[in-house]
Design a protein around this ligand. Sequence first.
Ligand code: SF4
Ligand code: SF4
Length: 368
Amino acid sequence: MYNDLIKEVDPCIRCGNCFMICPVVDLLPPSLKALNLLPLNLSRYIDFIKLSPDLPYYCTQCGECVLYCPLSIMTPRVFLLLREFSKGQALPSKIRDAILNTGNIYGMPNEMRVDWVTYAGLSGKVPVGVKADVAYFLGCMTSFRARLQKVAKACAILLNKVGESWTILGPEEHCCGLPLLFAGYVDAFKEIANRNVGALEHLGIEEVVFTCAGCYRVFKYEYERRGVKPPFKVLHVIEYIADLMKEGKLRLRRGKSKLNITWHDPCELSRYCGLVDEPRFILKALTDNLVEMSDSREWSKCCGGGGLLRAVHTELSSSMAKRRVEQALEVHADIIATACPSCILTLEEGAKGIIKVKDIVELVAEAF
Ligand code: SF4
Ligand code: SF4
């Protein structure tokens, strides 16, 4: 692993661009700021990790630094390797145990993944574990968190409205494995990848739709990178909706909203997967007042909810969320729209009720 680290950082010319742009470094106290100067300080950093295994968690994996690196060095990957280095000592081992023992990050009985259907008043309207063309993969947060179950409800209503042959996996859905990857447990990640892909294959699924940006990225790229190639099409719901609109299968029922809506690009969708035009295409059908924050598209600022930062360094995560909300207020947005459960929870906490935060699927389900 040390060799992998050296290989990754070897081309670094020590220009400091990554350090200057990093939204986490910006908010760190001076002592930690110097330490986070990666990959400039690698050997020193490794010594410090032995004392403080939470150090590599001062990174949201947002990927912004890669845009500004003249050599495209994958600094987020360096942080992941450093987390592998400190395996077993850092806080997220609790999350690992929960995932491996129960199939979800909360350590809840996995059968409870379908409880949202009853809470949403959709009993009998959400197919569970049946053969279908399309599967909706919810992810742990959307399955279990009350706020996010509203997103699941909106997506289910949408799938029923367009007459899709669809299903959820229910108890057979397991965590996508991203937290395992973020915490450096690569073998466990591969195991879970095989399990999820196998469950979907078993139902003859042709397309899998995601409302979670993290699950989507994992299925789209990270499974295959670790040798598990999904045999079905992988679509984030914003791609799915945009396609339906272009094909004329989804038409606006209500007039356009007069509200100012701004789009917060989740890092996983914009920088990692290049989905920046689809959400704007959808939102322009919903409002004449799509307003852009100063940092948007590939250059979007992280909400602070990624890379397990929220789990390990909660206050720092909240400060990042507040800063992003301020950017939305600067352009007089009434609603921050996004498409990532982690962004929704983090931004809502940062917004403290001053501004609404909505998933784009909620806005679509209300309007179509
Ligand atoms: S991935 Fe984001 S948080 Fe991590 S070092 Fe790069 S800019 Fe900073
Ligand atoms: S931006 Fe790239 S080359 Fe410059 S210090 Fe960071 S990793 Fe090194």
